[in-house]
Design a protein around this ligand. Structure first.
Ligand code: ADP
Ligand code: MG
Length: 701
């Protein structure tokens, strides 16, 4: 770089926002809390909404509640303290529009209005019409833009910002850095493949400063050409990353399981039920993968209760009969223990050497397991992914199974590979994505689906009830217990920091008072494993009638006799998570129920969401409802951790785009398999980012 350039401050995407004029330490901190630390983050923070400042409503047509824009003269700005509210000041002014006038009020004048003198000022004003005390109409808290310097852009962005950073300040800062910074943003789609679609930089400019001819409705709906360009760019990177992973695993040597099916045959014959058609199909697909001398990298998707575990056990036995070891990993100790026990039960008599390895296995016992694995003596190990991946060496790992994969990154397999370079990988998930969508999204991976539930299950009747009906619900639970039913009662809090009534202990004591004869215990994440285990075991074995729990019962726990699940404060959960929780019951042949209790202060939109759960019974229906209810951007919820790394893709709307991105990713790889030619530079960066950050399949926890 030349001397001249160094004297001016060169902007890079990594430049911290704190280096910008107007952003002191306090604002920088507030922005950092929202994930906006660098210039790159700043320009990636897109408007949440847009306002159209072109509409003009004739003053005679104004109605209470409508949002209107006026061009007029603002005068007689006056400010005085409000009666009884010391810290608030009421500001009023008059807006003159074509000879008529309307009163404007603010409770606390916005800082940018300070410079307005009561002399008449040509302005644009946008705000909501409300009724004034004397029955007339007034404009409350409007936005005001001075016309002294000409007309502003007609479509104005509105950002979601921390309180310390005002809209105008943010807009100004974005405007200052955008022209230079937007050019620095890499495109993952190579220039020649992009054809005439917008670059990412142009798309960012379009979204921060929409051109006059942009369609405000499309912008608002996240459906503008710029949104689509961003969606395509990230989809392309996603598909490229999957394709690269898939090609890599196809090239990697993998343990080939070609022995006679001695164990798997016995296992299948011993099962107390017939496998469903899709379980058989999945087993066939997995078996074929495992025979090959390349690494298997397969995703097994199936709704809650579809019977993924037995498929996994089959695969583990296939490894064992071929002389390899298998490791099955779960996100929680409880689940790992459950798998361990069911395996022992279902494989009794097969003489497979199994072990459990979780955080609670310690001391001598632990050493024995670790040694047994290193020596190749233990054939199947069950445990939490954290423990197995970080602390264990397995002599001949032939298969790694990751249950409830949505908790882990798709690409989070570096550590698994460390266990054994040739290990095949089976990931299992009840991801809330409809099958057809998953097929195209993950088309570059090998995916097997369990798309039917084992026969004989009666659908779970789902009810939506109000918190105020609690007494009545308790009565019903008493009857259920009298009939021999078993009940999960799920509450959101361990301790009631902000809402004592919704805590585990408080709920348990209320239930004990109302249903004196019930045997009740509690279960939550802060209990020691041994205690959790005791409670869960007692519930499973029928020594308890009612288990008051946090969402730790959510993942994969299987008690076929559980007949009712009550979910308190149900509005706090996403639909996918509710579906997972609901799946704790309905695992036996007896009819079962799910009672969703909405808090008294739940708002309309959450109630509407909960109502969907009454109609949507299968995972597919829930997933579709979930996708339709949420808008783009908000898809799979930023609130939830570990969602798909697709911020702009509207999975239902963009199905065609997904196909195109996949085809294009394949093209790109065919022509430049290692992505090291200059046109693939952006693609390489984007893929690396995705592979190192990892991501998961949409969150249900
Ligand atoms: P998930 O796919 O949610 O992990 P599980 O593997 O825990 O589901 O299976 C749920 C229940 O269904 C278990 O009790 C399991 O033994 C039972 N199950 C699995 N497959 C079948 C089948 N083909 N017929 C009857 N019951 C089955
Ligand atoms: Mg499971």
């Amino acid at each position: 770089m030349s001397q001249q350039h160094q004297s001016s401050i060169a902007l890079s995407l990594d430049t911290p926002v704190s280096s910008l004029a107007g952003i002191g330490p306090k604002r920088a901190q507030a922005l950092a809390e929202r994930g906006i630390a660098s210039i790159g983050d700043l320009i990636a923070h897109l408007p949440a909404r847009y306002q159209d400042w072109r509409e003009r409503t004739p003053i005679d047509e104004l109605k209470h509640g409508m949002v209107a824009v006026f061009e007029g003269e603002l005068s007689k700005l006056d400010e005085r303290p409000m009666r009884g509210r010391r810290w608030r000041r009421l500001a009023t002014a008059w807006l003159a529009i074509d000879g008529k006038r309307i009163r404007v009020v603010w409770f606390n004048l916005p800082a940018y209005m300070r410079g307005y003198m009561p002399g008449g000022h040509r302005v644009l004003v946008r705000g909501r019409i409300s009724a004034s005390q004397d029955g007339g109409l007034e404009l409350a808290h409007p936005d005001v833009i001075s016309l002294t310097d000409g007309f502003p852009r007609p479509i104005r962005p509105v950002y979601r910002l921390p309180a310390a950073v005002g809209q105008r300040l943010f807009e100004t800062i974005v405007a200052r850095v955008l022209p230079e910074a937007a050019q620095l943003v890499p495109n993952s789609v190579p220039d020649d493949l992009r054809a005439d679609a917008m670059t990412v930089g142009d798309a960012l400019r379009y979204l921060h400063q929409p051109p006059d001819d942009a369609d405000p409705a499309a912008l608002q709906a996240g459906d503008s050409p710029a949104h689509r360009a961003l969606a395509f760019d990230e989809l392309f990177a996603f598909e490229l990353a999957l394709a690269i992973e898939q090609r890599r695993s196809q090239q990697r040597a993998g343990a080939a399981f070609i022995s006679e099916p001695t164990l798997t045959k016995k296992f299948a014959a011993k099962l107390s039920f017939a496998l469903t058609r899709s379980q058989q199909q999945a087993i066939k697909e997995i078996g074929e993968d495992l025979e090959r001398a390349t690494q298997m990298n397969r995703l097994l998707m199936g709704d809650v209760g579809s019977g993924k575990t037995v498929v996994a056990f089959w695969a583990a036995l296939r490894a064992v009969e071929s002389g390899y070891q298998a490791a099955m990993m779960a996100p929680t100790e409880l689940l790992a223990e459950q798998h361990f026990r069911s395996f022992n039960r279902m494989c009794a008599g097969l003489a497979v050497r199994v072990a459990l390895l979780t955080g609670r296995i310690a001391g001598y016992e632990r050493e024995a397991v670790v040694e047994g694995l290193a020596r190749g003596e233990i054939e199947v190990v069950f445990g939490t992914q954290a423990v197995i991946q970080q602390k264990v060496r397995v002599a001949r790992l032939g298969l790694g199974i990751i249950d409830e994969q949505h908790r882990f990154g798709v690409f989070d397999r570096a550590r698994l590979k460390a266990l054994g370079a040739t290990a095949n990988v089976l990931m299992m998930t009840a991801t809330p994505i409809p099958r057809s969508l998953a097929m195209s999204l993950f088309g570059n991976l090998s995916v097997s689906f369990l798309d039917e539930l084992p026969p004989g299950r009666t659908p779970i009747a789902t009810q939506l009830r109000a918190e105020s009906e609690s007494a009545c619900i308790y009565e019903e639970l008493r009857d259920e217990i009298a009939r021999g039913g078993r009940i999960y009662y799920v509450v959101p809090l361990i301790e009631g920091e902000d809402d004592e009534a919704k805590s585990v202990a408080n709920t348990a004591s209320r239930l004990s008072k109302s249903i004196g004869e019930a045997r009740i215990a509690t279960l939550h994440g802060r209990m020691r494993s041994a205690e959790k285990d005791r409670a869960m075991r007692a519930f499973r074995d029928g020594a308890l009638d009612l288990l008051v729990s946090t969402t730790v019962v959510e993942v994969g726990i299987d008690v076929p006799e559980a007949s009712v699940i009550v979910i308190a404060a149900a509005e706090r959960y996403g639909l996918a998570q509710l579906h997972q929780l609901r799946g704790r019951v309905g695992r036996g042949s007896a009819p079962s129920r799910c009672i969703l209790v909405a808090s008294d202060d739940a708002d309309e939109s959450s109630l509407a969401r909960l109502q969907v759960m009454q109609r949507a019974l299968t995972g597919r229906e829930v997933a579709e409802a979930d996708l339709t209810l949420r808008g783009p951007g908000d898809l799979l919820g930023a609130r939830q951790t570990g969602a798909l790394p697709l911020k702009f893709v509207h999975l239902l709307r963009d199905v065609r785009m997904i196909e195109n991105a996949r085809v294009m990713a394949d093209q790109c790889l065919t022509r430049d398999p290692s992505l090291d030619s200059p046109p693939s530079r952006g693609a390489r960066m984007a893929v690396r980012k995705m592979l190192t950050q990892g991501f998961s399949l949409g969150d249900v926890g």
